[in-house]
Design a protein around this ligand. Structure first.
Ligand code: ZN
Length: 226
């Protein structure tokens, strides 16, 4: 797996290309800024390695604690954190839910103190309207974050594939070989376990047999002495 520094370099070196392509496709400064900003955010702070104690996680500073439940519930490099689209989608949902809870608590407190007056229906419809009006902006930001996260995942996969290729040749790149190897290794360990058990039982049986025979001998000796 490439180091955090390598991931950062990939993000920063890829940024001009992403910005160029976004500007060429959208011909819009604001949307390009959202894609580029999302890409930087996705690559440096909001990437798949939030599932482990990483640079991305450390960059959240005081707020890094919010990612602890995420880390505890996901295995490092699992499909749910490193997978295409699903990784970013889950992180966006996770962050939105946490932000939603925090904002709701603030609003309730502000209402209790008499600072503002609102109804939940009104607020809900306003949020919905904003999402509809700024749909393209939201999607641009999401696309940028997804590209940032994917630059990370792709470099992770490429690096581990290269390592497998160096170790096992072309066979290492085939997913089947990996599965077979895993199955074979698991079956051999199982076999080893099975072999280990009878050995113990056999030796114990032998021991009991020998002790039984020695007992018989002793008895017969005693009888003959009588
Ligand atoms: Zn990773």
């Amino acid at each position: 797996m490439p180091s955090g520094q390598t991931h950062d370099r990939i993000t920063i070196w890829a940024l001009p290309f992403i910005t160029g392509i976004a500007l060429w496709q959208t011909r819009n400064g604001n949307l390009t800024l959202l894609v580029a900003g999302g890409f930087l955010f996705g690559g440096l702070m909001f990437g798949p390695d939030l599932d482990i104690y990483s640079r991305q996680y450390q960059r959240w500073g005081w707020f890094r604690f919010i990612w602890l439940p995420y880390q505890k519930s996901l295995r490092h490099r699992s499909f749910l954190s490193h997978g295409p689209i699903i990784g970013t989608t889950l992180r966006v949902l996770y962050l939105c839910i946490l932000l939603g809870i925090a904002i709701a608590i603030c609003l309730v407190l502000a209402e209790l103190l008499g600072l503002i007056g609102f109804t939940w229906e009104e607020l809900g419809s306003q949020v919905q309207r904003s999402f509809i009006v700024y749909a393209i902006e939201c999607w641009s930001l999401f696309l940028g974050m997804e590209l940032g996260a994917m630059s990370h995942s792709v470099s992770d996969w490429t690096n581990s594939a290269y390592k497998r290729f160096r170790k096992q040749g072309v066979r290492g790149l085939l997913p089947r070989g990996k599965m077979k190897k895993r199955k074979a290794s698991s079956s051999t360990t199982r076999r080893r376990k099975l072999q280990a058990k009878p050995k113990r039982t056999r030796s114990s049986v032998n021991k009991t047999k020998s002790s039984k025979s020695s007992l018989k001998k002793n008895i017969s000796n005693k009888n003959s002495k009588k």
